[in-house]
Design a binder for this molecule. Structure first.
Ligand code: URA
Length: 196
């Protein structure tokens, strides 16, 4: 049987040749995602920024440093998780990804989710949350875990967080994000207990 890692590598190669939306012609490279194919937690951000576009890895700029800091607080290493984005190509001037761009990129994200089969999907920011939980407001659901059935995916547990970039220079949002982040180990423990 082909390993999850091999499946992800094959998927990444296909993604790198994608030019289904106009973002690809304006960016340097496709940023598929990074981490362990066996990750229990899949973090999903919005789209690559300048630095990510240059390096080809997700969350390597200022928001990524903050994300690493929070992962450190809960003793998680990047190698143990997987990080992807709803859009794999950088939007011009770091604008928000458009609904049609998110829709065109969705089959790639869906394939990543189906391959990794994470126990928990942590959405980072409004655009990521809205892909899965369109009826909610991030201000109301951040820090809450919920199980939802998603078309094409089946049942999945989601945990919504504010985007690290939004919280970076906003003191109270930063505090909230750190507090929400620190709940991740308990959520994972609860999922494991419920599986027994
Ligand atoms: N912001 C995101 O949403 N994703 C990245 O990869 C980097 C910054």
């Amino acid at each position: 049987m082909i390993s999850k890692q091999n499946q992800l590598s094959k998927l990444n190669e296909l993604m790198k040749n994608c030019s289904q939306c106009s973002l690809r012609s304006g960016c340097t490279q496709v940023v598929p995602g990074a981490g362990s194919a066996d990750a229990k937690i899949l973090f999903i951000g919005e789209a690559p920024g300048k630095k990510e576009d240059e390096i080809g890895m997700p969350f390597v700029g200022a928001a990524g440093k903050f994300l690493d800091e929070m992962l450190g607080i809960i003793n998680l290493k990047r190698e143990e998780i997987y990080i992807a984005n709803v859009c794999k190509c950088r939007p011009p001037q770091n604008r928000d990804p458009l609904p049609e761009e998110i829709a065109i990129c969705w089959p790639w994200l869906l394939a990543q989710i189906k391959t990794i089969q994470p126990k928990l999907i942590v959405t980072l920011g409004k655009h990521s949350m809205e892909r899965f939980l369109p009826c909610f407001r991030i201000s109301e659901v951040h820090g809450k875990a919920m199980r939802r059935e998603i078309e094409g995916m089946g049942k999945q547990i989601f945990y919504t967080l504010y985007h690290p970039a939004a919280a970076l220079y906003n003191g109270s949002m930063r505090e909230t994000l750190i507090k929400d982040f620190k709940r991740i180990p308990k959520i994972i423990a609860k999922i494991k207990t419920e599986e027994k």
